[in-house]
Structure formats: C-alpha cells, structure tokens
Design a protein around this ligand. Sequence first.
Ligand SMILES: Nc1ncnc2c1ncn2[C@@H]1O[C@H](COP(=O)(O)OP(=O)(O)OP(=O)(O)O)[C@@H](O)[C@H]1O
Ligand SMILES: [Mg+2]
Length: 285
Amino acid sequence: MQRETPVPAVHDSPTAVKNPASGQHAVRFENVSLMFRSRRSASPVEALHEVSFDVGEREFCAIVGPSGCGKSTLLNLVAGLTPPSSGSIQVHGRPVTGLIPDIGYVTQDSNLLPWLTVDENIRLPLQIRKMPAEEQDERVDKWIELVGLGGFRDNYPHQLSGGMQKRCSIARTLVYDPPILLMDEPFGALDAMTKAVMQDTLLDLWDSHQKTVLFVTHDLSEALTLADRVIVMSARPGRVKAAAQVDIPRPRDVFHISELREFAEQHRVLWDMFAAEIATGGLSK
Ligand SMILES: Nc1ncnc2c1ncn2[C@@H]1O[C@H](COP(=O)(O)OP(=O)(O)OP(=O)(O)O)[C@@H](O)[C@H]1O
Ligand SMILES: [Mg+2]
C-alpha cells in the first residue's frame, strides 16, 4: 500500500511566524528592520524589512534565501554585532544590546587568527574562559579529532586548505559548548563526504547537548536534512516569506535521508518557493 506523502506545513505569513512546537523562545525577532547607510553612497540599503519570528528553545532552525537577502545580517543582529534600525531582538527573553558570550558564532568567513596554530585557535575561547588546563587539553583533542585535523594541530591557517580552515573554525566554536549556535553556511566549502560527516556530527551534538541552532544555508537539501523548521526569506529587503515545518522523523540518517519520499516532496515545495524569490531579483546584491 502506498503511503501518502506528508506535505510540509507552510505558513505563508510575511510578518509573524511562531514555532508551534515550542513554548519558550530562545531567540525572538520582533519587527526587525535594518538600513545600511554609507558615507560613499547616497542611497541607504534596506537589508531587512520588519522581520518577526521566534526560534524555540532547542529548536534547529534553518534560514534559506537568495544571496544578499540579509541572512548573515540576521545572525549578526543576534550576536550583537549590529544593532537594528528598528524593532528588537531578544535572546532568552532579554533584549540584545551587545555581544553575548553564551552564543557561538561560526561566521561565513573562517576568521582564524593567522598567528595561532590550529591547536591554539581552537584553545583560545577556553583560555578566555579560564578553563583548567587539563579540561582544555581534553576538549581541544576531542574537537581536533572530530573535525579531522589530527595531523595538522601545529599548522598555521595559511598552511590549511579552505575546507580545513572552515573545520578549524567550527571546532573553535563548538569546543566551548555554547547553548545557542549561529552557523552561517558552515559546511559550504567542504567536499560532499566531509560535509555529510560534519552534518552527522552536528546532529549528534545537537541531540545530546540540547542546543538551539540558527543555521544559514543556500542548500535546501542541507536545510531539510538538519532542521526542525526552515525559514524562507524573500529577496532583499529580506522578509520572512514562509516557514516550513520539516516532517521527517528523528534520528535522521544524513547519508540516506535524500532517498526518503517525504524528503523529495518537501524539497520540491521548498524549491518552488526559493526559485520564485530568485526569479524576483534575489541574485542581486
Ligand atoms: N556593513 C554593510 N554595509 C552596507 N551594506 C551591507 C553591509 N552588510 C551587508 N550589507 C548589504 O546588506 C544586504 C544583505 O547582506 P547579507 O550579507 O546579510 O546577505 P546574505 O543573505 O548573507 O547573502 P549571501 O547569501 O550572499 O551570504 C546586501 O545587499 C549587502 O550588500
Ligand atoms: Mg551571508
């Protein structure tokens, strides 16, 4: 007997999108708009327009949208790196007014410190937190192995490939176990096999350490593989175009998930929304 393919719950609300599965929110965007003004250009750039959505405690939330629609900007707002022009961002119920130490941010660029080795880069956040040396060693060893940089711990960033630098930067963030993880296309530069292994590791970590994750990606398959919910953003100025609940049971097998019928169906629905945004000018910056 053929099973009916579940169609994702798509909420086509441009203004407020709540996560129905979650009572408490870890992150809340409330009518957030952001205008970039520069001295060189007469006209300001509206990056985000009245964005409202909640990310539940321990939710894995993926954000997809065309290039230049404000995905990195959204994460920068949560990290306290950029203030909004209007509206507010709250983390665990408190307005974000500056940098928040409990947030781990894997930025789009690797941002490794060039004068530190792999070991020293990954160790740095533990030293800043004054963690005992023995625990530092344990955590650094564990993460160097997990990201497959065992033979490169004394290398400097310029001696690593782009993908290795990315893995080092992921380890540097995950090593201090922050409760909220912001990840900006963290696996984009990796080859397919390493990407799948890192996705698998991330899902294990999310499952066992109960983290809240905001995960930006261009890759719809990756969003469906990892997330509880996918937020689709419109072309610039970025707005929430829709939110799709991912109805694929957990635990998920990242290596074979694309063979599932519900995966193919949800991918098709998401792709139709995504393609419509690209068609409306989403590739322009
Ligand atoms: N510091 C800045 N000053 C001026 N404009 C900016 C600044 N940062 C971003 N922008 C503009 O804001 C818009 C959103 O940028 P953002 O980097 O958030 O996009 P994105 O969705 O992450 O794109 P991509 O997928 O290509 O990484 C773009 O038009 C960009 O040019
Ligand atoms: Mg970006």
